[in-house]
Ligand binder design. Structure first.
Ligand code: ADP
Length: 393
């Protein structure tokens, strides 16, 4: 029997959940799972803390809404309670805007403020907030904590966060925020144990998942990142374009007569690795393909990582360490090798066999820059914040 913190990470088409034992200082995982494909063919799967499957369900081509998905997960958890007691729920919320620079206990007023940020992240924020409302209505006594992807970047100087736009627009909040902050925060908190020099020094972290970004850490604090006002900027991603000359958008609107929803759809869902290759937005699929278009998409991906690394190293005034994390960063020696090839100019040298093995340190002894592979854990970061904000001993 244990006190449990539930962490929810609700996206546009999936809800991931993890339950952690709040009674133990290192918050061991009790259960995790997800419902994917909410809008097409929903599939639920759950595992216990040791990785054994504890549940599975399919809705076969009948989409379900986020509310129904949260209800299903809640029912599943009740059925597998094992005497555990839910003491708090932590949520990943993509945007905290200018007002929320750290995790916050959710009140009706906070929720209203977070709703107002929806225009800044229209594809993410409403999905993040929906489960909070559902739980607040059904379990008003359970404390809920919102943890923001933007908050970790609040330490960035104005030079890094300001667009060269009229100051009135900047004052209205049109500025760079940065995302994947819970992942970067987890890495920054983990570095002192694994790589103390990287923790103290100038480190670039590459979070390469379906969404991808890079962050410059100076002594563990975010000083610059590739994502800006929305989660569209920076690196090319699975289906998102990454940075783009804003003139392209004017051209799409004026000359190609696209409407704003069409442009949004193009930039978020049909660009990136998928758009360039015309094959897939999934890196594994591209790496397994012998099609020249897949090879070009991968080349472009590695090239752009190299370009962004140069920019972030310049913002840091040098580079002591490079960290790879998230799906591609943790699992693809090939992409790490290619990205590091792009960074040879600044003294990056990797050890081929350490890279193949995914050893935590993959650089050679003589490399001027230490290169690390560190698995991220955004859910654990949210659980830690939730324990602290909710005041759970
Ligand atoms: P999300 O951003 O949705 O959390 P992940 O961090 O799980 O995504 O990353 C998903 C990406 O990682 C996909 O492009 C997938 O192909 C890629 N990936 C996962 N495992 C491997 C692997 N062994 N080799 C190459 N790419 C991989």
């Amino acid at each position: 029997m244990a006190d449990v913190i539930l962490v929810l990470n609700a996206g546009s088409s999936s809800i991931k959940f993890s339950a952690f034992n709040a009674g133990s200082p290192d918050l061991p995982l009790v259960m995790r799972g997800q419902i994917e494909g909410l809008l097409s063919s929903p599939h639920f799967v759950a595992f216990d803390g040791k990785g054994s499957q504890t549940g599975e369900a399919n809705w076969r081509d009948s989409p379900i809404g986020h509310e129904e998905a949260v209800t299903y997960i809640a029912q599943f958890l009740r059925g597998h309670r094992d005497g555990n007691q839910l003491v708090a729920v932590g949520h990943r919320v993509v945007h905290g805007g200018q007002g929320f620079s750290k995790p916050v206990a959710v009140t009706p007023g906070v929720l209203d403020e977070l709703e107002k940020l929806t225009p800044l992240a229209p594809l993410h924020q409403p999905h993040n907030l929906k489960p909070i409302r559902v739980i607040a209505e059904r379990n008003p006594d359970v404390p809920q904590v919102a943890c923001f992807d933007t908050a970790f970047h609040a330490t960035q100087p104005a030079l890094a966060s300001t667009f060269a736009l009229p100051a009135a627009l900047t004052a209205q909040g049109v500025r760079r925020y940065g995302f994947h902050g819970l992942s970067y925060e987890y890495i920054a908190r983990t570095l002192p144990d694994i790589a103390p020099e990287a923790a103290r020094g100038r480190t670039v972290v590459a979070h390469l998942g379906n969404g991808a970004s890079m962050c410059a850490l100076n002594a563990g604090r975010s000083v610059a990142s590739t994502m800006g006002f929305t989660a569209l900027d920076g690196l090319p991603m699975g289906t998102r374009s990454g940075n783009l000359d804003p003139g392209v958008i004017l051209y799409l609107l004026d000359e190609l007569k696209m409407d704003t929803r069409g442009v949004e759809d193009l930039l978020y869902r049909h660009s990136g690795l998928l758009g360039v290759s015309g094959i897939s937005g999934d890196m594994r699929t591209l790496l397994a393909s012998d099609d020249a278009r897949a090879a070009f998409a991968i080349d472009l991906y590695a090239y752009r990582i190299g370009r962004e690394l140069g920019s972030l190293a310049a913002a840091l005034g040098g580079l002591d360490a490079l960290v790879f994390t998230a799906g591609i960063g943790e699992h693809s020696p090939e992409i790490r090798r290619r990205a590091c090839e792009q960074a040879r100019w600044c003294g990056v040298e990797i050890d081929g066999s350490a890279n193949e093995a995914g050893a935590p340190c993959i650089s050679t002894a003589s490399s001027k820059v230490a290169v690390w592979v560190i698995p991220t854990n955004e859910e654990l970061m949210i659980a830690r914040h939730t324990r602290e904000v909710a005041g759970i001993a």
